[in-house]
Design a protein around this ligand. Sequence first.
Ligand SMILES: [Mg+2]
Length: 219
Amino acid sequence: MPYKLVCFDIDGTLIDNVTSAWQLFHDHFRIDPQKRARARDDFYAGKITYCEWAEHDVALWIAQGATRERMIQAVTSLCVMKGALTAIGRLREKGIMLAVISGSVDLIPHALIPDFSDTFADVFINRLHFDSKGKLTGVEVTDFDIDGKAEALKRIAEREGIALGECVFVGDHTNDIKALKEAGLGIAFDPKDESLDQAADVVIREKDISLILPYILNS
Ligand SMILES: [Mg+2]
């Protein structure tokens, strides 16, 4: 078994019923689509950084009076991906290190995946901050979304003395492409864009993430 580290995306990969956590909360707080489109366009045009984009969008939620409780309400429409707990459990049993490299927000996996903090050795994600009354106050932005996902993978591998060829990355969307290419085994799971087909070594279209196990454990 050549693989020692398995890194997962969150939205659409370990968590079902969500393409983007950001869109989920924008919908929940009824954010003006034009305001968010402007910030997204500015980011992709290189006018603002990812951090500025994330802070801008979180400020829109704060302006709507976002609280932890209301955000958890939004998360109740999501669920853990079919087969995710089986996959995580089996990989742990085999002593494989697990990590999350995500552009989601931390509230989501913490609310939905049992023992989330203990299960994953590394978690790269956007972290929301709340005050003592549960009001959303800001965000600690990940530096490792989109192309940064590959950088996070390299950092973990280097620190642990694991070759990139011994690493697996599992993701569903275009922000996972660089990491899928970098990992020894790139698995596109329920891919949302055909560009993932070229980037990945394996494509799984059936929505059951335990189907990754034979590729990792039987190779
Ligand atoms: Mg995703």
